[in-house]
Design a binder for this molecule. Structure first.
Ligand SMILES: Cc1ncc(COP(=O)(O)O)c(C=O)c1O
Length: 436
């Protein structure tokens, strides 16, 4: 087999045979604390008993029925998603994962706006998936050469990357405003009638950008003023990861997009599932004409049953407020760690259990430890050493992405952070407080 995002000849990851809570059990008898929810997706931890039971029960009742027919767990899950998001009168299209959800959001919104080849505005330093249109949407240095975004009708604008602001803004707020205005300006330059949609991640992104607070509402105003639908890619940021069911909800109604895409935490990653959730206005445009798309497995009953059980678990176990509270503590602990390690240039996030730590060569110049998107040698050595000590951390380039399952115990967070603190000192020794 081929392992994703890996050099095949160097691949030496462990084999996992089971899991429980935030821990994964390995074939060699060890157990590892998962501090990234694997691909920021196992929000409910591993083998959540209620979700596993729901999958088993659905398998015994009915494994599959095509999406052209009805299925009880599919209808229930769609209704729950519309209720949780407040998209009254909207509709849900299920897919098998996040890339497919973004592909379908674009396809469906192009149909609904009667702009079948309308341009889609997306952002640099973003990630929307690894199928071809999703790669075109992504502003991702790893895959940019594989796809001609323009041929897919996609154009990119600079990101609200306040730590390295593309406009050299002096404050995060100014950077956010410039980035939001850039979307409006691009739409105007293209001509509103030629633009089908804007697709952007409202908060967390696997490329490590966390927009300043005022960005999303400002972006919403820019797109609404021009009547261009805004699609929120919530594949990673939803289901508590950013402290809300959906990250845009942090801004209340001023943050409501016209559509959003989901995957990952939707089933706690137990069974592959993605979704496009359309607001009422877009849904109304599709009521009396054939939807020109479909997937054999869209709305697979086993996945939808897992989704229904996952939503109940988030709710009953109060995991979303828990993530909010623990996220704030995580951020505070990382800021304290920053005082001890000059290699930490920036710490961001923490609205929920998702935080990004950006490592730098020099804190004053903000010179990166390695050119993006390469992983610095010291960071690779740190994560290998952490794994040897039983904690799995995710990285991307110069970034550590901290995103443990929302069920993680507080003492587990404390022990992972103590290990990180120790390993930062070992692999990036510096004068305490140096460069601060
Ligand atoms: C924001 C975002 N969108 C889309 C995707 C793609 O999802 P999938 O890997 O399920 O296709 C990801 C995956 O990391 C993501 O983080």
């Amino acid at each position: 087999m081929l392992h994703s995002w890996s050099v095949q000849a160097d691949w030496n990851a462990p084999t996992v045979i089971g899991g429980e809570g935030a821990r994964l059990h390995l074939e060699d008898g060890r157990s590892v604390l998962d501090f990234s929810s694997l691909a920021e997706c196992s929000n409910l931890g591993h083998q959540h008993p209620r979700v596993v039971a729901a999958i088993r029960a659905q398998a015994e009742r009915l494994c599959f029925v095509t999406n052209a027919w009805g299925a009880a767990p599919r209808a229930e899950l769609a209704a729950r998603l519309l209720a949780l998001s407040g998209f009254a009168g909207g509709r849900v299209f299920f897919t098998s994962g996040g890339a497919e959800a973004n592909e379908h959001a674009v396809k469906i919104v192009r149909q609904a706006t009667r702009r079948p080849r309308g341009v889609v505005v997306a952002r640099d330093r973003s990630y929307h998936g690894a199928t071809h249109l999703a790669m075109a949407l992504s502003g991702d240095a790893r895959t940019a050469a594989q796809v001609d975004a323009g041929a897919f009708g996609v154009t990119h604008v600079p990101p609200p990357y306040a730590y390295r602001c593309p406009w050299n803004s002096r404050t995060a707020e100014e950077c956010a405003d410039r980035a939001a205005s850039a979307v409006g300006e691009r739409i105007d330059a293209l001509g509103v009638a030629n633009v089908a949609a804007v697709i952007i991640e409202p908060n967390a992104g696997s490329n490590g950008i966390i927009a300043p607070d005022r960005y999303w509402p400002a972006l919403r105003r820019e797109t609404a003023a021009r009547g261009v639908p805004l699609i929120a890619d919530e594949v990673m940021s939803a289901f508590g990861r950013c402290g809300e069911w959906f990250a845009w909800q942090r801004h209340g109604e001023t943050g409501r997009p016209d559509a959003m895409t989901l995957a990952k935490g939707l089933t706690g990653a137990t069974v592959p599932l993605g979704a496009v959730v359309l607001g009422a206005e877009l849904a109304a445009q599709l009521e009396h004409e054939a939807l020109q798309t479909g997937l054999t497995y869209c709305g697979h009953p086993l996945a939808c049953a897992a989704g229904v059980a996952a939503l109940r678990a988030y709710e009953d176990e109060q995991l979303i407020p828990r993530s909010r509270a623990l996220g704030a503590e995580l951020l505070a602990a990382l800021r304290a760690m920053m005082q001890r390690h000059a290699v930490i240039g920036d710490v961001r996030g923490g609205h929920g259990l998702y935080a990004v730590v950006e490592l730098v060569e020099d804190r004053d110049s903000r010179a990166p430890l390695a050119p993006w998107p390469a992983t610095p040698v010291g960071l690779a050595a740190l994560t290998n050493a952490a794994m040897d000590e039983g904690v799995s951390f995710a990285t991307r380039g110069n970034l550590l992405l901290l995103a443990p399952p929302l069920v993680i115990a507080e003492h587990e967070i404390a022990s992972a952070l103590a290990l990180l603190d120790r390993l930062l000192g070992r692999f990036f020794p510096s004068t305490p407080g140096g460069g601060a």
